[in-house]
Design a protein around this ligand. Structure first.
Ligand code: NAP
Length: 368
C-alpha cells in the first residue's frame, strides 16, 4: 500500500514518482464558465460557494483546461476571478491542473468551434515551442496565478498520413518536451503530464525527456485518460494494449492515472434510467454527442445494476463508481465534475466506501 497523508479528513495520494500530493477526491471544472455565452453549466455565482466548500472538505485538486466550453477558456477565467477574490492562502492550498494543445478564443468571441479554420493560424494550437510558451502565459493571466501546478499536454500532437496510414508526431518530440521542461525551469509550471496519450506515446515523451530534460526529476508524472466502469477499454488508445496492460505500464513507469469522465458524464450516478430519459434534465439529455455516447441500452443496464448494488451497500451509485476507481492502482485522484453543491457532498463520501474482493469482482463482471 502506497503512503498516504490526510488533509481535513481527506486522504491524499502522491502523483507518480513525484513529491506532489493530491486529494483523492478532486474536482473537474469542464462545465464551469459563463453559461449564457459558452453553454457551460456552472457560473461564478453558484460555483464560488462550491469551490469554498471543496477546500473546507479537503478537495484541493482542481482540474481545468484552456479550451473548456467550446474553446471559450471561461473555466480558467472563472478560476481567475475566484482566486482574485480570495486570500493568497486559498490559491496556495490548491493543486491547480490545466491543459494546453487546443486553441482558445478571446473573451466574448463567438462563432463555430473548433471548425472555424479562419479563426486560428496553425501556430495557435498543438505542441510547438511557440504555442506552448505563449499559451501558458495566457493560462496564467486568465487564472490570475503566477504558476500552474500540473500542466498537461491535452492530447498527443500527431497526424496520420492518408497515403501510408502511418501516424507521426507533428512537432518533434524534442521541441515539445524541452519546452515543457523550460516552463518548469522558468517557474511557470511545477509538474508536467499528458492527457489522451497511449502507453507508447507516453513512453516516447518520457524517453525524450531523459535526453532533453534538465535532470532526472523532470518526468511526466501522470496520464489523464478517459476511464470509468462504463468505458474501461478507453483508458488506452493503443490497439496492442488493453486496460490492464495500460494500468500495469503506468505503475511500472511511475505514473499516476487521473481518470476523466469517471461518472460517464453522469450516467453512473443512477440519474438516468430507460423510463425517465425524457423527464431527466442533465448533461446527457441536453448535450447530443454525450447522450449518444453514454445513454445506450447496454450502459443504462450497467447504471441500473450499479444502483442496485449501491443500495445494498448503503452508498450512492456515484460513490460506488468513484470508489471502484480509487481501488484501482495507479489512480491518484478522481476528478468528477460537479454542477451542484449536493454532488460535491455526495462524491466525497466515496472515499469512505470500502470494497471487498467480492465487491470488486462483482463490479468487474457487471462492467465487462
Ligand atoms: N483530458 C480530457 O480530455 C478531458 C475530457 C473530459 C473531461 N475532463 C476532465 O474530467 C472531469 C470530469 O469529467 P466530466 O465532468 O466531463 O464527467 P463526469 O465526472 O463523468 O460526470 C460529471 C457529471 O455528472 C453529474 N454528477 C456529478 N456528481 C453527481 C452526483 N453526485 N449526483 C448526481 N449527478 C452527479 C453532473 O451532471 P450534470 O451536469 O448533468 O448535473 C456532472 O456534470 C472534467 O470536469 C474535466 O476536468 C478531461
Amino acid at each position: 500500500m502506497a503512503k498516504t497523508k490526510n488533509f481535513r479528513g481527506m486522504t491524499c495520494r502522491k502523483v507518480g514518482n513525484s513529491g506532489l500530493w493530491v486529494s483523492e477526491i478532486g474536482l473537474g471544472l469542464w462545465q464551469w464558465g459563463y453559461p449564457e455565452y459558452d453553454k457551460s453549466r456552472v457560473n461564478e455565482f453558484n460555483g464560488f460557494p462550491i469551490l469554498d466548500r471543496a477546500l473546507e472538505l479537503g478537495v484541493f485538486h482542481w482540474d481545468t483546461a484552456n479550451s473548456y466550453n467550446a474553446g471559450s477558456a471561461n473555466s480558467e477565467r472563472l478560476l481567475g476571478r475566484y482566486f482574485s477574490k480570495r486570500p493568497q492562502g486559498v490559491r496556495d492550498k490548491v493543486v491547480l491542473a490545466t491543459k494546453v494543445s487546443n486553441n482558445t478564443r478571446d473573451e466574448y468571441q463567438l462563432g463555430p468551434y473548433p471548425v472555424n479554420e479562419e479563426a486560428f493560424t496553425p501556430n495557435q494550437s498543438g505542441a510547438s515551442r511557440l504555442y506552448l510558451m505563449s499559451e501558458v502565459e495566457r493560462c496564467l493571466q486568465r487564472m490570475c496565478v503566477d504558476h500552474i501546478d500540473l500542466l498537461y499536454l491535452h492530447s498527443a500532437d500527431t497526424w496520420t498520413s492518408v497515403a501510408s496510414g502511418k501516424t507521426d508526431w507533428i512537432t518533434p518530440l524534442e521541441e515539445t518536451w524541452s519546452t515543457m521542461d523550460d516552463l518548469v525551469t522558468a517557474g511557470k509550471v511545477r509538474y508536467i503530464a499528458v492527457s489522451n496519450h497511449s502507453a507508447t506515446q507516453t513512453q516516447a515523451g518520457m524517453d525524450v525527456l531523459e535526453q532533453v530534460g534538465k535532470d532526472a526529476s523532470r518526468n511526466i508524472i501522470a496520464v489523464e485518460n478517459c476511464y470509468s466502469l462504463a468505458e474501461r477499454g478507453n483508458v488506452t488508445s493503443d490497439k496492442e494494449t488493453d486496460e490492464q496492460a495500460f494500468l500495469d505500464f503506468c505503475k511500472a513507469a511511475g505514473l499516476s492515472v487521473v481518470p476523466y469522465f469517471p461518472l460517464a458524464g453522469g450516467l453512473l450516478t443512477g440519474r438516468y434510467t430507460k423510463r425517465n430519459l425524457d423527464k431527466t434534465e442533465g448533461r446527457l439529455t441536453t448535450t447530443e454527442f454525450l447522450g449518444t455516447r453514454f445513454l445506450t441500452d447496454e450502459r443504462l443496464k450497467l447504471a441500473g445494476s450499479l444502483t442496485r448494488m449501491a443500495k445494498a451497500k448503503g452508498c450512492s451509485p456515484a460513490q460506488l463508481a468513484i470508489a471502484w476507481l480509487l481501488h484501482r492502482p495507479p489512480i491518484a485522484s478522481v476528478i468528477a465534475g460537479v454542477t451542484k453543491m449536493e454532488h460535491l457532498e455526495d462524491n466525497i463520501g466515496a472515499a469512505k466506501v470500502k470494497l471487498s474482493k467480492e465487491d470488486m469482482a462483482k463490479l468487474d463482471r457487471m462492467s465487462r
